[in-house]
Design a protein around this ligand. Structure first.
Ligand code: C2E
Ligand code: MG
Ligand code: MG
Length: 318
């Protein structure tokens, strides 16, 4: 009890057992510490026993983080492009750029594995900036060469890039450097971020939209956005998360959620795109239900720039 208020404290505890988990005090403390961080990671206010798995995992993360620091310098990052298709015509209208890390020993490392490490370590700022530059450079190249025409290219943006500030100025700089219409650039932010909205981040989103860049909410439906949040946000597009599309049209819950998101988008005047469309059955259902755009393995996996270019050219002719 403090003079004006009561403060509640909980404990996160890591437990080590001698002699299994260490033969001396410093080793035991180090491992107990690792177990405590694991307990914190599980939401705090709990205790966890040390396991060797924890050391192995921590070591792996450390190694990846070290290599990731040099990935940009060593030219190991690459953007792949996945087509986004107009369901009514089957034509490619845009693309989403997805990052790949070609690690010299491990081969291709999935972003699902290294983006969280990049976010945790702050490296996401540098990596995210590389993605912006590379995406704009590629879009400019396609445009000036006249090889393919895309109505937009979507880039994923991490929450930290928005909360740091500086993104708006950077975008303005890239738009003037690469000279394409701002509307050809789309940024995807995750619904999780949208929920945390701080005033500063919202102001950034507004400023981004004022530049003419469009905004999409990624993985929509997974982050429990309250509808009032959605109303206040500067947004142009919703991306229905692939976890719902997977069950369409047979799982009645997924079906209900998908239809609801489509209705919500229509009601709020937002465009809607379905992610993770793998079967013709899903595509037909979505079209029937009023969904205009889709992205997924049914059309194509994410492809390296040159293969994507060839894909779009074939698609245009067909
Ligand atoms: P996301 O932005 O929601 O991207 C969609 C993910 O679904 C991609 O995984 C894509 O390859 C995969 N996918 C596409 N179509 C299908 C399909 O039909 N079936 C299935 N099962 N999967 C499909 P990927 O490329 O592994 O990326 C995973 C996540 O990593 C992305 O999810 C995004 O959150 C993050 N990410 C990727 N690139 C970047 C980036 O440049 N910056 C940031 N901050 N995050 C990125
Ligand atoms: Mg995305
Ligand atoms: Mg997504």
């Amino acid at each position: 009890d403090l003079p004006d208020q009561t403060v509640n404290i909980t404990a996160s505890m890591g437990i080590c057992v001698y002699p299994e988990d260490g033969s001396n005090a410093s080793e035991l403390l180090k491992n107990a510490d690792a177990a405590m961080f694991h307990a914190k990671g599980l939401g705090r206010n709990t205790c966890q026993f040390y396991t060797e798995e924890l050391t192995r995992k921590a070591f792996e993360v450390l190694l990846l983080e070290n290599d990731l620091r040099q990935a940009i310098e060593h030219n190991e990052l690459e953007l792949y492009y996945q087509p986004q298709v107009d369901l009514r015509t089957g034509k490619v209208v845009g693309a989403e750029a997805l990052i790949r890390w070609n690690h010299k020993v491990l081969g291709t490392v999935s972003p699902a594995r290294f983006i969280p490490i990049a976010e945790e370590s702050g490296l996401i700022i540098e990596i995210g900036d590389w993605v912006l530059e590379e995406g704009c450079r590629q879009l400019h190249k396609w445009y000036t060469e006249g090889s393919i025409e895309l109505s937009h290219l979507a880039l994923n943006v991490a929450a930290m890039q928005l909360s740091r500030g500086g993104l708006v100025a950077r975008l303005a700089e890239l738009l003037s450097k690469y000279e394409f219409q701002a509307g050809r650039l789309e940024l995807e932010v995750t619904e999780g971020f949208v929920m945390e909205k701080t005033e500063r981040s919202i102001n950034q989103l507004v400023a981004i939209q004022e530049l003419g860049v469009t905004l999409a909410i990624d993985d929509f439906g997974t982050g429990y956005s309250s509808l009032s949040y959605l109303k206040d946000l500067p947004m142009d597009k919703l991306k229905i998360d692939q976890s719902f599309i997977r069950g369409v049209p047979h799982d009645s819950d997924d079906l209900a959620i998908t239809k609801t998101i489509l209705a919500l988008g229509q009601g709020l005047g937002l465009r809607v795109i379905a992610e993770g469309v793998e079967t013709q059955e899903q595509a037909s259902f979505l079209l029937e239900a009023g969904c205009e755009y889709a992205q997924g393995y049914l059309f194509s996996k994410p492809l390296p720039a040159d293969e994507f270019e060839a894909y779009v050219q074939r698609n245009r002719q067909s």
